[in-house]
Design a protein around this ligand. Structure first.
Ligand code: F6P
Length: 540
């Protein structure tokens, strides 16, 4: 699958085309075509996607789409939606799209319609969430639950915390939400230091219910809670679980009645719209949660049905391939111009890099081309006053995604105009820069001219939507999920396993044992041995 990629006819054509387009700047491309902004723009499902400030022409797009067809993208999309076991290394289907399918839909997996089960869990979550939101779910001492602490890591944390921050405007005003992920004692301690156990609910979120960090934090939470409530019977009112592993949930001591399930066809980083979103639903209410799911679903349908050249995630994914494989770009910046989206880059880091950060193709061969770029970012305008210097004048090519909204959720109109003006201006500055002559025309001293020149020709996409609503958040996340899928198909990799996280986990277990036994005769390399020794000496 991977081997053929770089020797394929279309790849060769793209290489030639890249040589040709390399000499054309974005400025030149705009001068040559008055219609460019209209041509390289897609409006769908309430998203205005401007990709005209990219180093592409009609020919580029045509060739990239030819490549997508050559790699069988339309068939692969259908394969995912119809429940084929495309996660071949784990022999699993990849059906996160079923999590947001309306009740009327039928999605067969192993001959069974899975949509009713999805909605049963959603209904159970809704009933529970409403009880908490109305103050009807009482703690062991009879007080209503006021604090909700989600314990999870990776996909069992990043989705919940990102969505909570993104939708804070819609959140229940009297409930307090905390998210504990790190095994570092500081994380748990800070999260609960001002909370009282009799008003606190812990949601232990873990697909496997065996993850070291989560289970350690969950046990600490149980001890912390029992220390105050002094009766194991209190666990039933203060602990619920979200997992696929009923056996381990029961073993931990959580009543499986208080467990919200999901399925092995939902990957951890694709699970924020499954029961892993329980904290989100409690925060914003079942109605808003369902609106978010509807947004995901709209984007799913767009991805499944829109022609490739009008398909937002397809174009996004192909542009990433274009820059990574033909321009040597190593990173991709995501720059939301909405402070509520401050955790979006962190969320996308797991989604993109745990999915496509692989050098082995689906056939087990070593890829002879680059795969996932490093995704990173911060909200604008904060980033402008720190790392944008490098994006504008640094030596790396960094394609940027700008994400903005027409309306602000909080009405301070002046702020919003300033915010959006900055976002638009950044795209313009990156693309068109400032020439030496323009700098000189400002009367700048000659020796400063080179420092004040902006080469421009730096690509960006701009995504504009009306406002940050639950629906629009769903669309944004689904859009990136599917862009990741497109990239994985082109690169011929399995985007749905994460074998690369295993070795560190295994070695950590070994080191834990050695540290706890105050290890002697360590048999690691000399550096690792010395580090363990240093820690043990310090701990003494
Ligand atoms: O170690 C990586 C990982 O498996 C992620 O893929 C996952 O989201 C995270 O750990 C947490 O896993 P779990 O939900 O099973 O605790």
């Amino acid at each position: 699958m991977g081997k053929g990629l770089t020797s394929s006819k279309t790849w060769q054509k793209l290489l030639n085309h890249h040589e040709h387009i390399g000499s054309k700047t974005i400025k030149m491309l705009f001068s040559a075509d008055n219609e460019r902004a209209q041509k390289f723009k897609t409006e769908a499902e309430g998203i205005y996607f401007d990709y005209s400030k990219h180093r592409i022409t009609d020919e580029t797009l045509g060739l990239l789409i030819e490549l997508a067809n050559e790699r069988g993208l339309p068939k692969k999309i259908e394969g995912m939606f119809s429940g084929e076991r495309i996660n071949t290394t784990e022999n699993r289907a990849v059906l996160h799209t079923a999590l947001r399918a309306p009740e009327s839909k039928q999605i067969l997996f192993d001959g069974k319609n899975i949509v009713p089960e999805v909605h049963q869990v959603l209904d159970k979550m809704a009933e529970f969430s409403e009880k908490i939101r109305r103050g009807e779910w009482l703690g062991y001492t009879g007080k209503p639950i006021k604090n909700i602490v989600n314990i999870g890591i990776g996909g069992s944390d990043l989705g919940p915390v990102m969505a909570y921050e993104a939708l804070k405007f819609y959140a229940h005003p009297d409930l307090v939400f905390r998210f504990v992920s790190n095994i570092d004692a500081n994380d748990f301690s800070e999260a609960v230091k001002d909370l009282s156990a009799d008003e606190t609910l812990f949601i232990v979120s873990s697909k496997t219910f065996t993850t070291l960090e989560t289970m350690t934090n969950a046990r600490t939470a149980r001890d912390w809670s029992l220390k105050q409530l002094k009766d194991v019977a209190s666990i039933a009112s203060h602990f619920v679980a979200v997992s696929t592993n009923e056996k381990e949930v029961a073993k931990f001591g959580i009543d499986t009645q208080n467990m919200f399930g999901f399925w092995d066809w939902v990957g951890g980083r694709y699970s924020m719209d499954a029961a892993i979103g329980l904290s989100t639903m409690i925060a914003v209410g079942p109605k808003n949660f369902r609106k978010m799911l509807a947004g995901f679903h709209l984007m799913d349908e767009h991805f499944r049905t829109a022609p490739l050249n009008e398909n937002i995630p397809v174009i996004m994914g192909l542009l990433t391939v274009w820059y990574v494989n033909f321009f040597g770009a190593q990173t991709q910046a995501v720059l939301p111009y909405d402070n509520y989206l401050k955790r979006l880059p962190a969320y996308l880091q797991q989604l993109t890099m745990e999915s496509n950060g692989k050098y082995v193709t689906i056939d087990g061969e070593k890829a002879n081309y680059s795969t996932s770029p490093v995704y990173w970012g911060e909200p604008g305008t904060n980033g402008q006053h720190s790392f944008y210097q490098l994006i504008h004048q640094g030596t790396h090519l960094i394609p940027c995604d700008f994400i903005g909204f027409k309306q602000s959720l909080n009405s301070l109109p002046l702020h919003h105009n300033f915010l959006i003006a900055n976002m638009i201006a950044q795209g313009e500055a990156l693309a068109f820069g400032k020439t030496a002559d323009e700098v000189r025309a400002e009367g700048i001293a000659e020796e400063l001219v080179p420092h004040k020149v902006f080469e421009g020709n730096r690509p960006s996409s701009t995504f504009f939507m009306d406002k940050l609503s639950p629906e629009n958040l769903g669309k944004i996340i689904a859009m990136y999920e599917h862009s990741v899928f497109v990239q994985g198909v082109i690169w011929g990799i399995n985007s749905f396993d994460q074998m690369g996280v295993e070795l560190g986990k295994v070695l950590a277990q070994k080191v834990i044992t050695e540290i706890e036994a105050v290890g002697k005769n360590l048999k690691h390399d000399s550096s690792t041995n010395a580090l363990i020794d240093y820690y043990l000496n310090y701990a003494k």
